[in-house]
Design a protein around this ligand. Structure first.
Ligand SMILES: [Zn+2]
Ligand SMILES: [Zn+2]
Length: 382
């Protein structure tokens, strides 16, 4: 009997030992398995971070501007691909359905389609139309700009040099006088400027438009219910239009009645260039005014002085509405009754005439005074 118990004890302890051994072995194998997985596929582990990485830089890189001047239809030249990507991104060459045109591979061939896109770009941006990658065109592509594509008319031979709308001319349909509410994202903000500085820059930007059209803009407390939603974002942020880091694309927004206004959080946003000394500083009020123009229904203008012109250099300010911006937005919403510069809305030709008429009465009055003095002198002498 005792022998049996001893046998049972030995058997049980052996079983426990082998069980512990097996578990240890399993643990070792699973550790090795995960370690190998970590080594062979690091992308799986960092995929969350990759989502927040800035997308491909879209702006044309700084290189020898003159080197593309001789490129023409039929030629092949290293670097043409980046211009094709640029023109596709901003609406001058057809986009593809995969919605990932940044990663599409473009050829370096200067083909006929590319030439058509280039000509459209030159017409739309108010450049000299050469159909070539001349230095003015390449320089223009290097200036930071808005991410909203430049909508072009189908008949590209008749592009007029002024303001434009989005296809279908969408606008906010609210009874007059309209009030639109706006709010800042409670999450997606920047910290290089104070909330007060950001708020004041946007107040000025909204006022620029409110002073010419019968629309009021009021800051709402509840972001969720605000009609215009403002936020700063990095890289890919869920709307298929990723931001690209410092300069390049500065901001984008959507046509009515979307109300989404997005700014690239990677920019050095400034409200005072005296304080923000950075070479890559971007004026917040200028960009905010431009983007509110889109929110209201204006597309890009080909007038270089207009707020709605698509590009803005670093450290440049263009926040005052041009007559072209005013004409554009007033044709969507009508004029603000307090907007007194009504004469500005006549064509530039009649504005010039008004200036000439202003001179004529002054000259007539001078002639009359000279005549009166001469007449009095003559009368007293005779
Ligand atoms: Zn724009
Ligand atoms: Zn966006």
């Amino acid at each position: 009997m005792l022998t049996f118990y001893i046998f049972l004890y030995i058997k049980a302890s052996f079983f426990a030992y082998s069980l512990a051994n097996t578990m240890l072995l399993l643990l070792t194998y699973s550790f090795m398995f995960f370690f190998t997985l970590l080594l062979i596929s690091p992308l799986h582990i960092v995929s969350d971070q990759a989502f927040a990485q800035p997308a491909t830089k879209i702006a044309i890189k700084n290189h020898n501007i003159q080197s593309f001047i001789n490129a023409g239809r039929g030629t092949k030249m290293l670097g043409i691909a980046q211009f094709k990507r640029y023109l596709t991104r901003f609406g001058y060459l057809p986009r593809y359905n995969n919605n990932n045109n940044n990663n599409k591979t473009f050829t370096d061939e200067f083909d006929a389609k590319f030439e058509v896109g280039l000509i459209r770009y030159q017409q739309r941006l108010g450049l000299q139309v050469t159909g070539k990658l001349d230095s003015n065109t390449v320089s223009q592509m290097m200036i930071p700009r808005c991410g909203v594509p430049d909508t072009t008319t189908h008949n590209h031979h008749h592009i007029t040099k002024h303001f434009m709308y989005f296809p279908g001319k969408p606008r906010w349909s609210r009874p007059i006088p309209r009030t639109l509410t706006y709010a800042f994202s409670p999450v997606n903000m920047i910290h290089s400027l104070t909330m007060l500085e950001i708020r004041e820059a946007f107040q000025r930007a909204f006022f620029n438009w409110a002073s010419v059209i019968p629309v009021n803009f009021v800051e709402a407390e509840d972001y969720g219910f605000a009609e215009i939603k403002i936020g700063f974002y990095i890289g890919e942020h869920g709307d298929g239009e990723p931001f690209d880091g410092v300069l390049g694309v500065l901001a984008h927004s959507f046509s009515p009645e979307s109300g989404r206004l997005h700014l690239d959080a990677a920019e050095t946003w400034a409200v005072d260039f005296g304080v923000t000394k950075s070479k890559v500083a971007v004026d917040l009020e200028s960009v905010a005014t431009h983007e509110i123009g889109h929110i209201l229904g204006l597309s890009h203008s080909s007038v270089k002085e207009a707020v709605m012109y698509p590009s803005l250099r670093a450290r440049d300010k263009r926040a005052n509405l041009n007559i072209d911006d005013i004409k554009g937005v007033q044709s969507l919403y009508g004029s603000n009754p307090n907007f007194r510069s009504g004469w500005l809305l006549q064509s530039d030709f009649s504005a010039n005439q008004a200036a000439q008429f202003g001179v004529q009465p002054f000259m007539l009055a001078t002639a009359f005074i000279i005549f009166s003095i001469t007449h009095t002198l003559c009368a007293s002498l005779s």
